[in-house]
Design a protein around this ligand. Sequence first.
Ligand SMILES: O=C(O)CCC(=O)N[C@@H](CCC(=O)O)C(=O)O
Ligand SMILES: [Zn+2]
Length: 341
Amino acid sequence: MIAPFTPDLLTRDFLTALLQQQAHQAQRWAGHGGHWQWLGEGALQWEPADLAHRHADLVLSCGIHGDETAPVEVCNHLIRDLAAGHLSCRARVLFLFGNPEALRQHRRYLDDDLNRMFDGRHQQHPGSREATRAAQLERWLSAFFMAAPAAAHAVPRLHYDLHTAIRGSRFGRFALYPYRADLQWNEQQMAWLQRCGVDAVLLNEKPAGTFSYFSSSRFGADAFTLELGKVRRFGENDLSRFSGMDQGLRTLLAAPADSTTTPLPRRFRVAGEIVRQSEAGFQLHIPDDVENFTAFPRGTVLATDGDYRYVVGHDEECIVFPNPKVKPGLRAGLLVVEIKP
Ligand SMILES: O=C(O)CCC(=O)N[C@@H](CCC(=O)O)C(=O)O
Ligand SMILES: [Zn+2]
């Protein structure tokens, strides 16, 4: 029998409540040092009692891809510990569990890749379940930033979109920094990422339909897609591999990121993109066991599709996210080159 919905269950085990579709009423209730608010399926907001002195408006999203379960467990533990009073949180936080139905089915997506739908692109996919969800996630995130109560000082907007990758990687954890028209990368954020165990950052050079691009471009948030490990099913994740990010987030909830300098992550810029052209003719000439950040020399033909060829044009390009199964028109791989200090 499905247990009745209570706010207590919702925060004690948000994930189970979500997967069992138990929580579906708009509610607001008091917690340790602040208030919770259930906004809708997969959306939970925390506001500290002392809003005037909060140090960040932080969006933590996970499960945008339904087969990427470890970050969902990390967020679930943060909610549980915050609800139990074991974790202090002086930031205002919006937790978003991106694609609940895909999480239930352990599928990357149901109809379309949700992380290609943001910044209004969902309007081009009427009838897609991910289009509906992207519009909903955009509304929650927009309201969270736009309706932020006044504070005693400027409050940074942050958004960390937590993912895991399909393939192994030469860098265990890496971040994607969405394109910024002003080209100002936030060095303090880079240092914070390094302290969380993120070894490499990819700087994107054009707008995208990703969730992190949406919050960066629309709200000036310091937003990142964070790749924290490998895709696995619920129950198969070794959460000790995620402890760096877990600890980093716990510290950040309690207090602003400190600005001590650390070695910064290595930086890469996007140099090219493999785009699948057709359903029938696309071939990716990269074996299945090639890891993210594997380098290929100039002249290597990485993909073909009819007249289309992707040929490595720099002395060396490293492949990230090679995936021959994407739909035509979508990215089937990113090519990056390191920016030498
Ligand atoms: O491992 C893979 O092939 C994909 C992992 C993943 O979901 N990555 C994100 C990156 C988003 C970005 O470019 O900021 C994605 O593809 O959506
Ligand atoms: Zn993902």
